[in-house]
Design a protein around this ligand. Sequence first.
Ligand SMILES: C[S@@+](CC[C@H](N)C(=O)[O-])C[C@H]1O[C@@H](n2cnc3c(N)ncnc32)[C@H](O)[C@@H]1O
Length: 272
Amino acid sequence: MPPFNLSDYDFKMFKDLIHKECGICFNLINKTVLETRLMDALKSNSMDNLRDFYSLISLDNQKLMEFIDDVTTNLTKFFRIEKHFEVLKNDILPSIMEDKLKHKLKNISIWSAGCSTGEEPYSIAITCLETPKIENFNVRIYASDISLKSLVKAKEGTYDGPRVLSIPDHYLEKYFDKFDDKYVAKRKIKAPITFDYHNLMYNGTQNNIDIIFCRNVLIYFDEQGQSSTIQRFYDVLGEKGYLFIGHSESLFGFNTKFKYESIKNTAVYIKK
Ligand SMILES: C[S@@+](CC[C@H](N)C(=O)[O-])C[C@H]1O[C@@H](n2cnc3c(N)ncnc32)[C@H](O)[C@@H]1O
């Protein structure tokens, strides 16, 4: 229970700023989440006045980035939506490799957009390494997020017991080193990944991407934020590029050229 109720005016002021900076939407349903996170932000800045805090983050970009980091929800897990990884290994990567071979191309690029603390890109890296004949290709995984704290954890690649529960035992042994009660990602799954700060509200630097994972991120944006992000994904994907989104997300109703396809009962969007 937060110790203060944001007035309508203050609520609007903070929610508008957050929306403008990163697309994340707060409304009356999740207002208490913002109240709690604001309270924590005030505490860590040793401040007790909301308006002073607002002035601080309006003038100091570093403080604003830290605050935006504080309001993100970074919940994630290894092999979240297992079927995505099965389809990646058994259907999508083989099809991409076949196509690349025909065109004498060797690079496969994958973007984990909104990668949080790294569980998603490491799951992608493991799946790629487990895909037959992948050794003939150069796989690069670009993993980005707006949360710098999450990116630090992701780069470190160190996870404690409960966080590795969803990793099958044989992968855990093969791709992680155990130190006391911690598991550290091995070089072979770290090497293909580049972690970087990126705000999905802006254009990225990569092009010709083969596969984008942007799961459980769009739900935090409003319709306009979702629509512009989907269009940016379309633009940066190469011909026949694939897009995975979360279970509770859909491109239905958006004016997009992405084609919905169900591969083994798993929803995938393809650039056609
Ligand atoms: C719930 S996590 C999802 C993590 C992972 N994709 C998964 O499905 O497990 C959502 C992530 O999106 C990031 N995010 C939210 N808004 C963003 C933005 N505008 N640009 C980049 N990342 C953003 C958050 O920081 C957070 O780490």
